[in-house]
Ligand binder design. Structure first.
Ligand code: SAM
Length: 234
């Protein structure tokens, strides 16, 4: 998968060198390039923003540098992803869909966001998704890109040592994962549930399913309701 990220703060994306994303890059599973939007400015101040039409506080990102950046970086298979608190909520289903794309191009907004014409114009030439991390407002899209890329990269073939991890974890089948335990069997007076040490794999699987459903009912009844509606795409 090829990934391009356009931002006015390239250093914000430094964690993409680390951990399993860094390894996926080193292995060639993921090719990531981070670009400074100011490369596509032409004035002495390298201006990327201006005051909003209609008035109001803050600044809006001007369309010209974005238009040129997209002209240069987009290709026939590009999916433009624009983080925005006004976007569609990001879920595991979104991550699965993005993991199938050959080229993701991320446009990180700052200030009051990007002039809407950039997104509207891009949508006439390529697939565009405006994606929200949640119902809160961040300073910029960079953190959202890190989150989306981490969720997507772990779904790419060969990135996780044991691909079975993907089958049993939270949100894989619409519910949360059951609680997990490791050694020692007793810690600070708390025991690991006996059944997990029984060696009976059938019983363990049933216990885990039960716990997963209980936890989901307690913490995220909305997920169970979606499952009942036949939607496993959380
Ligand atoms: N004025 C915008 C609004 O009210 O919808 C908020 C702009 S925000 C301060 C600046 C940038 O941060 C956005 O363009 C977007 O890239 C990013 N951002 C902020 N909150 C986000 C969220 N919940 N999900 C994804 N991106 C977000």
């Amino acid at each position: 998968m090829r990934v391009d990220v356009v931002t006015i703060f390239p250093d914000y994306l430094a964690p993409l060198e680390l951990s399993l994303i860094g390894k996926a890059r080193a292995a060639g599973t993921l090719q990531v390039e981070v670009h400074d939007l100011r490369r596509w400015t032409h004035d002495v101040h390298r201006t990327v923003d201006d005051t909003p039409y209609g008035g109001g506080p803050g600044m809006v990102m001007r369309p010209e540098p974005w238009g040129q950046a997209l002209d240069e970086l987009a290709g026939p298979e590009t999916h433009l992803v624009v983080p925005s608190p006004a976007g569609t909520p990001f879920t595991q289903a979104t991550a699965r869909a993005l993991a199938g794309d050959p080229h993701l191009l991320f446009a990180c907004g700052r200030y009051e966001g990007i002039d809407q014409r950039v997104i509207d114009h891009a949508a006439t030439r390529m697939r565009v998704s405006e994606i929200s991390l949640g119902d809160y407002v961040l300073f910029g899209g960079e953190v959202a890109v890190l989150v989306v890329l981490e969720a997507v990269t772990r779904l790419l073939p060969g990135v996780l040592g044991n691909a079975d991890s993907l089958l049993e974890e939270s949100h894989a089948d619409g519910v949360l994962e059951a609680p997990m335990y490791t050694k020692p069997p007793t810690w600070r007076g708390l025991d690991v549930p006996e059944i997990l040490r029984s060696g009976d794999h059938g019983k363990i699987a049933r216990w885990r399913r039960e716990q997963a459903l209980l936890r989901t009912a307690e913490r995220r009844p909305d997920l169970l309701a979606a499952l009942e509606d036949g939607d496993q795409g959380t």
